[in-house]
Each structure stands twice: as structure tokens, then as C-alpha cells.
Design a protein around this ligand. Sequence first.
Ligand SMILES: C[S@@+](CC[C@H](N)C(=O)[O-])C[C@H]1O[C@@H](n2cnc3c(N)ncnc32)[C@H](O)[C@@H]1O
Length: 347
Amino acid sequence: MSDQKHQRRVRYKGTHPKTFQEKYKELQPDKYAETVEKVIQKGGTPAGMHRPICVKEIMDILHITPGEIGLDATLGYGGHSLEMLKCLEHKGHLYALDVDPIELPRTKERLEQKGFGPEIFTTKLMNFRDIDQVVLESGPLDFLLADLGVSSMQIDNPERGFSFKMEGPLDLRLDPTKGISAAKRLETISQNELEGMFLENADETYSAEISHAIVRELKKGNDISTTTRLQEVINDALQFIPESERNDAVKKSCQRCFQALRIDVNNEYEALYDLLEKIPSALVCSGRAAILTFHSGEDRLVKKSFQKFYREGVYREIAPEPIRPSAGERNSNSRARCAKLRWAVKA
Ligand SMILES: C[S@@+](CC[C@H](N)C(=O)[O-])C[C@H]1O[C@@H](n2cnc3c(N)ncnc32)[C@H](O)[C@@H]1O
């Protein structure tokens, strides 16, 4: 008999990736194009990627011609930037902003490898509410896009804490080096204020029950510092819902409460308000702006601002109604389902 110990084979996880890190094929889109294509065909977004939404609609609105100067206020994975850069045909300049210090350098490098270096493309780690500072360098803009919210890379990375579906720290910051995490925010906020936050930022149906449950847990000395812990507390708070409806209700409440917290810790409404106020003076005459929103609170702000400046004669034309992604895009990309696109042209 051999004295060699029998070694159990390590289970191969590659074909059934379970965690973000294990999705190694999707994370290297250039090397594993076939895997990435399969995920897209099934209506998903490959890990580490973001599929740009309403690309054709946005390009039709922005109507970019070579030699123009423009701004992508929300670079993300760079899908929209790439299309804009193609329209410029290496003449003019595209500036792009993002507040995310983790993803921005990756996107910059990816676009540089595609042939868009500093002569045509400048990225800045900057909040779009400071667009006036960009214009000091770029000069007035011919076109501008803001594709609001979070990217798929941010949502899919459990360490960022954006999704209740994966265990991770309850952070939710677009820039984890600034401000306070969502977990810390929960520790500092009163029940009343939390209830208001859930209502105002996400129209949460059970804002009173959930905010009570969160504050009660914290007062008992039980921390709520991970995504799944917050999900548990929400689940416990909604035990009064009939069992047949509970799972669905908990999922929707989790989605809304995470959204509300994200908007809060990133001051998203304040940043959007500042951007909207500054767009008119950032554009040249006949300059075009397009804004893609993902929930009613954001869309309301954009609509009100565009209408106000239109009435004042600052904008020559604005979108009469929001544009929705085509049925085909909504079916093939679940993240496109609630998108609304509005545009304005400066007088
Ligand atoms: C929906 S993604 C953009 C996706 C991008 N259009 C693409 O094609 O990949 C939104 C991005 O905007 C960034 N962002 C959100 N709020 C911002 C702000 N106030 N200033 C700058 N960037 C912001 C997020 O970090 C995220 O990367």
C-alpha cells in the first residue's frame, strides 16, 4: 500500500461562479469575449462591466460633430464616453468626470488602450456639481451628458456595500474616501429623520415600521454594519405582512431603503440640483444637454429645472416628454427598465 495520502480534488468553481471575485472570466472582458456575450444575451450585465443605456437616443440628441468640446459628467465604465469619442473623430475634446476613485483610473486606462489619450480625452476625479470649475479649463461646452446613479461595477462589488443581495460592509459611498458610510449614518440619525429619508428619497411604503426597527436595534446595542444585517432588520420589521406577499415586499423595501441611504450618504439630490443650476452657463448657444435618470425623485428635479429655464428663455427647446429605452433594451437589460431621458437645448 502506498503511504501517499489521498488528496481530495479541489472543486472547480470556474463554471459556476458564486462570488464577484470568482467571476474571473467576466472580469476580463477582452480575454473572455464569448463568456461576456453569453451573459449579455441572457439579459445580464457581466461582472466588472456596465452596459450603457439609451446610447442611440443620447447620440441622436447630442448630435456630436468633430471638433466639438463636450463633457461626460458621469464617466462610469466609459460606454457613453466611447461613443462620444468616436463621433469626435479625434478632433475636439471630451472631458469626463466621476467621483469614484476606484473605477475612474480603470476606465481611463481602458479608453487610453482604445486610442483615446490626453490629446482628445481628459478625466477628472470630481463631482459634477463643480462643473463650473471644469468649464474654466475646457471653455463653454457644445454637449453634456449625465447618466445618474451608480454603475453595475459599483453595485456588483460587495465591498462597496451597494447591494443587499451580497454580504458586505454597509457603505454605499461612491467615493469611499469621503463623508461617512451608510452604517455610520444610521448611528447618527433620529427615527423621525430616518423615516423622512426613506419616504423622500425612495417613497418607501413601510418607512415608519422600518425606521422604528432600525433605531430599536441600534438602541439595544446591536450594530447594523453589513448589507445582509440591514436586510435582516427590514425582514423582521415586515413580519406583519401575510407570508404569501412577504418575500416580494421585503425585496422591494430593501431596494428602496438602500436607494434612499445611497442618495443620502452621497448628497445626490444636492449635487444634481447644483449641476442643473449650472448647466445653462456651462453651454455654448445651441449647446445640448441630456440627462438619464433612474427614479422619480431625480426625474422630477430634472423636469422642473428644464421647464423653469425654458420658461425664462434660457433653453430654446426641451424634451416634451421623457424618452424611455426601447422595449428591446428594457427586456435585454434589466437595469434599463426604469430609465428616463430628458434633454434641453440652450437658446
Ligand atoms: C450610471 S453610471 C454611468 C455609466 C456610464 N455612462 C457608462 O457608460 O459606463 C453613473 C456614474 O456616475 C458617477 N457619479 C454619480 N454621482 C456623481 C457626481 N455627483 N459627480 C460625478 N460622478 C458621479 C458614479 O460614480 C458612476 O460611476
